[in-house]
Design a binder for this molecule. Sequence first.
Ligand code: CLF
Ligand code: SF4
Length: 475
Amino acid sequence: MAQQVVSLSEVRRQRTVVPRPAPAASATDRDERVRTHPCYDREAHHYFARLHVAVAPACNIQCHYCNRKYDCANESRPGVVSRRQTPEDAVALVAAAARRMPALSVVGIAGPGDALCDHRRSFDTFRRIAQAFPDLTLCLSTNGLDLPDHVDSITALGIDHVTITINTVDPDIGAGIIAWVAHGRRRWTGRDAARILLDRQLDGLDRLAAAGVLVKVNSVLIPGLNDTHMAEVNRVVRAKGAVLHNIMPLISDPAHGTHFGLTGQRGPTATELAAVQQDLGIDAKLMRHCRQCRADAIGLLGQDQAVPEATPAADGPDDRSAEARAAYRAHVATERADRETARHTADAVIRRTLGDRPVRVAVCTKGGGRVNRHFGKAAEFHVYLADAGGLSFEGIRRADNYCRDRQGNDDRLAEIVAILAGVDAVLCERIGERPRRGLAAAGIEVWEDPDRRYLETAIGAHLAAQSTRHGQRTA
Ligand code: CLF
Ligand code: SF4
């Protein structure tokens, strides 16, 4: 459908901006928005980019894992930004990014504080972006404390994806995760604070779900505090209408200056996180590809790009960026259909050729669902399990990349080997001889795929070749 694009000068002239229609106008429209949302649709994250505008500096609660004063350009975690933006800056930034990035599909407000603490600023930003870029999906992330007061505004603005961070549904546990909440002109602490926060979060979730907004719940997994409680959180939030549950590992480091960092509260290991997810079972509607983004992240998940230079005076939307996005979406639809066929073929190959034990494969990719990343440049591995049922995605494991300035590093290789615990094979576009030997010494096979095939096709082909080799050896 052709999109009408309003010029930025026209947007600026308008003092009162007309809200977009309420979300979920039709099931088809909603399905399309989910299919192009890199967080809500796992496959979409291979193709579509999100942009966070960092217009929300303040927060109305204090979590023990948060310190928004700490910033480092190399740091990737929620609450971290290099520069805070005004609503005008945000529109200019989206315009600049949209011109160079047809994959852009979502604009989100995820901090660095809480998007609803200064709701006027967040809603002003969304109004401007909705007017200028009606084809982009609006996404908001909040702790939920002020959510019940703003559900009507959220739906009137057409914000159809909302994330609420709910770490517990037990106020006694909550009292160990937050220091205070500011509510009703006073500051609450301890169990009272946790109770108020929880009641408001669940009320907001209820109302959003009833209004047809797609709600995702994020939970920070904190060993010893809420790790044995996740099944209960999952049960409650799904019953209230959350469509996805994203269990994220606590990031804790004394250098960040957070309460948990300074008191030595550790985060979970990749194995502990996987075990919690595994215990919840296949009906838990888990998101497993979260990258714990910065509040000013831009690009495909896991492939963040530099913030483009943007000036409010010069940068406005233009018809060409909307046309480029529409053309890109059409191209992706074809790719996804092709890849779906490849997936079915690969599943059949895997069922036919897999031996009597599952095989876990770590794929190096930079998007498109293809094997298109050199091992040395991989800062993350997409882990898939091939078993009797076919191929399934297990999650993302992140690491410092082996190669920097064309130099490999044995210490980083040792870290990568540790991160790949339980993995049988690494699948990459290319790999050097030294890391290949290092991985082999750790019992990890290397499969190169220089033709940049779909990852499903490549895994199926390598498993079939392995089966043939094995057959020849045992014949
Ligand atoms: Fe941003 Fe969050 Fe919207 Fe996505 S992120 S506001 S839902 S557009 Fe996504 Fe980043 Fe994980 Fe968040 S990978 S931290 S879940
Ligand atoms: Fe930090 Fe978000 Fe917690 Fe506020 S709600 S203290 S911004 S982590």
